[in-house]
Design a protein around this ligand. Structure first.
Ligand SMILES: [Zn+2]
Ligand SMILES: [Zn+2]
Length: 289
């Protein structure tokens, strides 16, 4: 049997003590890929990256061979904000995120489309696209790609329908935006991926709207929140409402074998990442055994 392409797998790793520690943590658990923040995710102001910090990160990356390196944007950025002050701050902060990603030699930057907060969905989608274009103006992205993440649709968040992602992507052709599919968000937003038909329908919608080849990362999470609840609560693989069988089907599906699968499951206790990673690995290996 010919060797099928296997997805690269990893998890969201902490950056305490230095950005390179995310890479070292990933390697210690035998991961191929990593997701990380490039700064404190809960503050507007980030300390600029120093040359030494950049060099250290790049050399540890070369040594560990971790790839892709996915950066998750900080949580304050709201590219869809109707409020002008928040919007301007968000655009500046997002540009900084892109610049940091480029400096570090990362592959992807994942961002949530944002929240309408008072505006209608349609306006929020337009604002998000405009913000992306303004924030990236004049930057050479080369191979670095921004990935829009689908959301659970909590509150007034846009991005819970794949159609929203398509509209944003179509409005920014020069950016070649990709997509990050979060399984828990899709499920609570109303894509019932628990059975095979539901998964097929979700993949068809993804293909139709954004093209499966543009889904470069998968946030591989079970959900503590119910189907269609619009609540964002990640949970350990196999212990949530999506369940093992359904998640195995996602991980072993050929449609996404080119993507990096990244866990964002809770990390309250030691060993939880290792356990979830082993479960994910078993899902992928079983298919090709
Ligand atoms: Zn996210
Ligand atoms: Zn996610």
């Amino acid at each position: 049997m010919s060797q099928a392409t296997l997805p690269r797998i990893g998890f969201h790793a902490p950056i305490a003590g230095g950005l390179q520690n995310a890479l070292l943590k990933a390697r210690s658990l035998n991961a191929d890929a990593v997701q990380m923040f490039s700064r404190n995710p809960r503050g507007w102001v980030a300390k600029p990256l120093g040359l030494e910090e950049i060099e250290r990160f790049r050399s540890v990356r070369a040594e560990t061979g971790i790839s892709p390196v996915v950066i998750h944007c900080n949580y304050l950025v709201n590219l869809a904000a109707a409020d002008e002050t928040i919007r301007e701050k968000s655009r500046a902060s997002f540009r900084e995120e892109v610049e940091r990603g480029l400096a570090l030699g990362a592959d992807y930057l994942v961002v949530h489309p944002g929240s309408a907060r008072g505006a209608c969905e349609r306006d929020a989608i337009q604002t998000c696209a405009e913000s992306l274009r303004v924030a990236c103006r004049g930057l050479e992205l080369n191979g670095f790609r921004i990935l829009l993440e689908n959301t659970a649709g909590q509150g007034e968040c846009i991005g819970h329908r794949f159609e929203h992602l398509r509209e944003i992507i179509e409005r920014c052709p020069e950016l070649h935006l990709g997509v990050c599919l979060d399984t828990a968000h899709a499920f609570t937003a109303g894509y019932d991926i628990r059975d095979e038909d539901g998964l097929t329908a979700a993949f068809e919608s993804l293909e139709r709207n954004v093209g499966l080849e543009n889904v470069r990362a998968v946030h591989f999470n079970d959900s503590k929140a119910d189907y269609n609840s619009r609540v964002d609560r990640h949970w350990h693989i196999g212990l949530g409402h999506i369940g093992s069988e359904a998640l195995r089907r996602v991980a072993s599906h050929r449609a996404l074998s080119h993507a990096a699968f990244l866990l964002e499951t809770p990390q309250d206790e030691l060993g939880e990442d290792a356990r979830n990673l082993e479960v994910l690995r078993s899902f992928i290996q079983k298919e090709t055994a």
